[in-house]
Ligand binder design. Structure first.
Ligand SMILES: *[C@@H]1O[C@H](CO)[C@@H](O)[C@H](O)[C@H]1NC(C)=O
Ligand SMILES: *[C@@H]1O[C@H](CO)[C@@H](O)[C@H](O)[C@H]1NC(C)=O
Ligand SMILES: *[C@@H]1O[C@H](CO)[C@@H](O)[C@H](O)[C@H]1NC(C)=O
Ligand SMILES: *[C@@H]1O[C@H](CO)[C@@H](O)[C@H](O)[C@H]1NC(C)=O
Length: 170
């Protein structure tokens, strides 16, 4: 853990602990349950049908992407595809866990995300889902490395925060 810090020793450990405590304080008031995604996006110009080759490929992809090796470090990331672009039933996907999230929590978050995406975006060929710990996206288009700002969302901390500006400027 120390190798991520500019300094090591007890002071470094203390900093990590306080940062984790701060993260807990910051994320707790948002009140996101582990059952409901923070963000959900269902899309696609056409839908797939139950029992189709696309659905079979999607299941393969989701199973593959949600399998996180125990050796994965914090902030696990992976992209994958099933079939190549010449196949109309190709599916592309990527997953990423938050930078402080360990492999085991990452795995359970991705497992939940895979189920949520299919359940909450029924028959959709494209979807993205974000829980507190991880995000997952799949599509029938190869979107890797392409900037995409068509979907935007913001998160508001409804508990507010101390008014630092006022207290430091008088
Ligand atoms: C796809 O299915 C959703 C319901 O899951 C429906 O709302 C949507 O209209 C369908 N889209 C098309 C293009 O058929
Ligand atoms: C999620 O976990 C359950 C229980 O371990 C498993 O049956 C299911 O296949 C997993 N889902 C995915 C997409 O890996
Ligand atoms: C996922 O796909 C990759 C690349 O094809 C493969 O190396 C890996 O074994 C697969 N993992 C699982 C759990 O299916
Ligand atoms: C992952 O994305 C990179 C580009 O961002 C791409 O070159 C690579 O083919 C992708 N991997 C898979 C398995 O699709």
């Amino acid at each position: 853990m120390e190798r991520f810090l500019p300094f090591s020793g007890p002071a470094g450990k203390l900093t990590v602990l306080s940062m984790l405590a701060l993260l807990n304080i910051l994320s707790a008031p948002l009140g996101h349950s582990q059952e409901n995604p923070i963000y959900l996006w269902c899309s696609g110009n056409t839908n797939y049908t139950a029992g189709s080759e696309y659905k079979a490929n999607l299941d393969l992809l989701l199973g593959n992407l949600s399998a996180v090796p125990a050796s994965a470090g914090r902030g696990h990331f992976r992209n994958a595809s099933i079939a190549d672009w010449t196949n109309p039933n190709a599916v592309y996907g990527l997953v990423q866990c938050r930078g402080d999230v360990l492999a085991a929590d990452c795995a359970s978050c991705l497992n939940r995300s895979a189920s949520a995406a299919v359940l909450r975006c029924p028959l959709r060929r494209r979807a993205a889902v974000r829980f507190d710990y991880c995000l997952l996206r799949f599509s029938d288009q190869k979107f890797f490395g392409n900037m995409d700002d068509t979907e935007r969302s913001s998160l508001v901390n409804s508990n507010g925060a101390p008014d630092r500006w006022r207290s430091t400027t008088g």
